[in-house]
Design a protein around this ligand. Structure first.
Ligand code: CAA
Length: 283
């Protein structure tokens, strides 16, 4: 890309991680969110993540400073006008995402690529909201973004070959590994991963073992870096439920039925790390 300016919409855990990753690779980033407090929290989480990398000797303090220096913030969507690529990482709601895509159509130049970090919404439906559907694509990052190597690239039915190639090259340029999936419910990773988490929740629901033991069994018996219930807490149990519902409704297959306990946890507001309590408690 001749113009390397990147826009990120949404300053939550994913948006902040994405902004950090592009900035660390040398790209100027504008992180936009409607709420100034969200931007302040996002910047603080980037600072904490960079401090962690410095402490572990992964990067120099100067590199952390330079990364932060490449991240500007704004509450104004118009500030994204000159961006070559805008990645949205906002709430998982198709109407709200489509609205953002429509307003970007009016704000950004005709060459701007719109990428969505959605974990389960159809890219083809999102692309249909744009007047430039061939320039809409999925860039699905994984949590914690600075650590996880994969970016799952999702081609909408409308995405052009050129845009797919550009985004694949860009993913490599930020030090991540791109893999392309066609647009389908849950794409590849979540279609495999999230039913596994749902099944772990069913094991607890049916009283087979405690959350601690289920997690320990999967760590020791399957070499998972963290147990499935801890992972559900990290992802957010509302997001896990959202993805299960997308798989269940989309494929119309009972094997994807969300666990009753998962639904109850979400009803109770026990969403995982972000609410301080999920299957485990967080200080
Ligand atoms: N920022 C920067 N670095 C971080 C970090 C962050 N937010 N979180 C962890 N790290 C780094 C640490 O510095 C450490 O680096 P080194 O080992 O190189 O020194 C490394 O990551 C491991 O961290 P810890 O030792 O603190 O903790 P850990 O060994 O328990 O690993 C983990 C933590 C990386 C999260 C690991 O448990 C893991 O890989 N878990 C699985 C995560 C996963 O599956 N994510 C995908 C979720 S699905 C998703 O996101 C998509 C979706 O749509 C739902």
């Amino acid at each position: 890309m001749a113009n390397e300016a990147i826009g990120v919409i949404g300053a939550g855990a994913m948006g902040a991680g994405i902004a950090q990753t592009f900035a660390a690779a040398g790209f100027p980033v504008l992180m936009q969110d409607l709420k100034a407090e969200a931007l302040a929290r996002g910047r603080a989480s980037i600072e904490a993540s960079l401090a962690r990398l410095v402490k572990r000797g992964k990067i120099a303090a100067e590199a952390a400073e330079a990364t932060l220096g490449r991240i500007a913030t704004s509450t104004d969507q118009q500030a994204l006008a000159d961006r070559a690529l805008v990645v949205e990482a906002i709430v998982e709601n198709i109407e709200i995402k489509s609205e953002v895509i429509r307003s970007l159509d009016a704000i950004c130049g005709p060459e701007t690529i719109f990428a969505s970090n959605t974990s389960s919404i159809s890219l083809t439906r999102l692309a249909a909201a744009s007047e430039r559907p061939e320039r809409v694509i999925g860039m699905h990052f994984f949590n914690p973004v600075p650590v996880m190597n994969l970016v799952e690239i999702i081609r909408a039915l409308q995405t052009s070959d050129a845009v797919c190639e550009e985004v694949t090259a860009l993913t490599q340029a930020i030090g991540k590994t791109p893999r392309v999936s066609k647009d389908s419910y849950g794409f590849v990773v979540n279609r495999v991963l999230v039913p596994m988490i749902n099944e772990a929740i069913n094991c607890v629901y049916e009283g087979l073992a405690s959350p601690e033991d289920v997690d320990e069994m999967m760590k020791l018996g399957a070499n998972h870096p963290m147990g499935p219930l801890s992972l559900g807490d990290l992802i957010g149990l509302d997001i896990v439920l959202d993805i299960m519902e997308t798989l269940y409704d989309g494929f119309d297959d009972p094997k994807y039925r969300p666990s009753p306990l998962l639904k109850q946890m979400v009803d109770a507001g026990y969403l995982g790390r972000k609410s301080g309590r999920g299957f485990f408690r967080y200080g």
